[in-house]
Design a protein around this ligand. Sequence first.
Ligand SMILES: *[C@@H]1O[C@H](CO)[C@@H](O)[C@H](O)[C@H]1NC(C)=O
Ligand SMILES: *[C@@H]1O[C@H](CO)[C@@H](O)[C@H](O)[C@H]1NC(C)=O
Ligand SMILES: *[C@@H]1O[C@H](CO)[C@@H](O)[C@H](O)[C@H]1NC(C)=O
Ligand SMILES: *[C@@H]1O[C@H](CO)[C@@H](O)[C@H](O)[C@H]1NC(C)=O
Ligand SMILES: *[C@@H]1O[C@H](CO)[C@@H](O)[C@H](O)[C@H]1NC(C)=O
Length: 360
Amino acid sequence: MDSKQLIDIQTHEVDLTLNNSTPENDINKNITKPKTKKSKVKKILFRIFSTIGVLILLYIILNVICMLYEKHKIKSYNYGTTLNVNGHKMNIKTVGESNKPTIVFLTGYIVPSPVIYYKPLTELLSKTYKVITIEPFGYGLSDTVDDVRTIEKIVPELHSCIEQLNLTNYYLMAHSLGGIYSLYYANQYPNEVIGVIGFDTTVPKINGNDEKMRNSLINASKKYYWFNFFGLNRMMSIFNKSNIIVPLPVKVYNYSDEDISIFRNLELAKGSNKNIMDEAVQSVHGLDIIDNMKYPKNMTLIHFDSSKYTKSIPNYEQLHIDVGSESISNEVIVLKGSHGEFLFKHNDVIVSKLNDFIKK
Ligand SMILES: *[C@@H]1O[C@H](CO)[C@@H](O)[C@H](O)[C@H]1NC(C)=O
Ligand SMILES: *[C@@H]1O[C@H](CO)[C@@H](O)[C@H](O)[C@H]1NC(C)=O
Ligand SMILES: *[C@@H]1O[C@H](CO)[C@@H](O)[C@H](O)[C@H]1NC(C)=O
Ligand SMILES: *[C@@H]1O[C@H](CO)[C@@H](O)[C@H](O)[C@H]1NC(C)=O
Ligand SMILES: *[C@@H]1O[C@H](CO)[C@@H](O)[C@H](O)[C@H]1NC(C)=O
């Protein structure tokens, strides 16, 4: 049989089935006529399900279009300076360029754009100090890499930036999970770090032996991932661009509309990328690594703790005293407010405390 014949037969078959179908349908119609109630219900159900189907399809199409737009849009963003770390782009932002000494800022976990989020603090300090915010891999405008996000990998990457800038004596400043990196960093490079300034830093033994708490970042990151995956984060912020799961503290600082938009697009396009997800998984290992660490002897330390965490986490202040118990000095100050906002609400106290601290 040659191919022409095959095609002929196939088309005939198609014709046959088409011809057959018409009378069959007619018969069916005749038979079902008496059962009108049942068929009405069926029709209504069919309409409901097909409407839902169409809506879901539209929802998916809308989200895919928005996602493509966001992914395209973030390529045009360009704040800060790009450095080459292990063959990948790492973004940093320097403010107060001509000032001395230098403060290197280490972000808290999951912040989609550390440079934008911490602006209220870094701009305030830039009047007196040179402040460098590093966006680690997976954050802000830095690349996302194919590598585990363990503390042992992350800290040398951060240091690589500092090395390229030829910095030798500087302060580290950290918020939240940035505290485990500042502690490890200070112990790895004690001849470079003069002192450390912490804002609600994650310190050794912070979760006791509580497995639930140790895994809390993993749970939070998973929730965030699925919220982003199903487009819910996008939908809830369609009319209010600040209404995202990891929000900017818009109540305590007037971010520009552009910053709000950049922050949202970065969060939606890459907020829950594989580096961020893996960092949560590796944070349990990171806590083990620093469990018995303290800051080196010849460093000066200052810790600002939020009233919210001081009240809700057992021994919170004491743990911040303990981590600096071997160092030259270590002041622990409690400021009113929540973990994500308290560092932007007490400018006068922070500036005057740092003026004293850095003179020492
Ligand atoms: C750092 O020092 C090297 C070698 O002295 C120099 O080539 C480079 O331009 C310096 N980088 C910066 C950012 O100053
Ligand atoms: C701190 O001690 C280390 C050695 O442990 C030394 O290399 C470094 O210069 C000291 N730093 C300061 C600021 O004195
Ligand atoms: C995190 O998730 C695990 C397993 O799903 C659960 O057992 C644990 O209680 C959760 N922890 C918190 C802090 O919610
Ligand atoms: C937008 O959302 C943020 C975060 O939920 C909220 O603080 C702010 O008040 C909202 N703005 C408006 C105009 O509703
Ligand atoms: C933000 O700007 C508004 C209007 O200009 C002003 O009323 C408000 O106090 C500002 N908020 C902050 C935190 O600066």
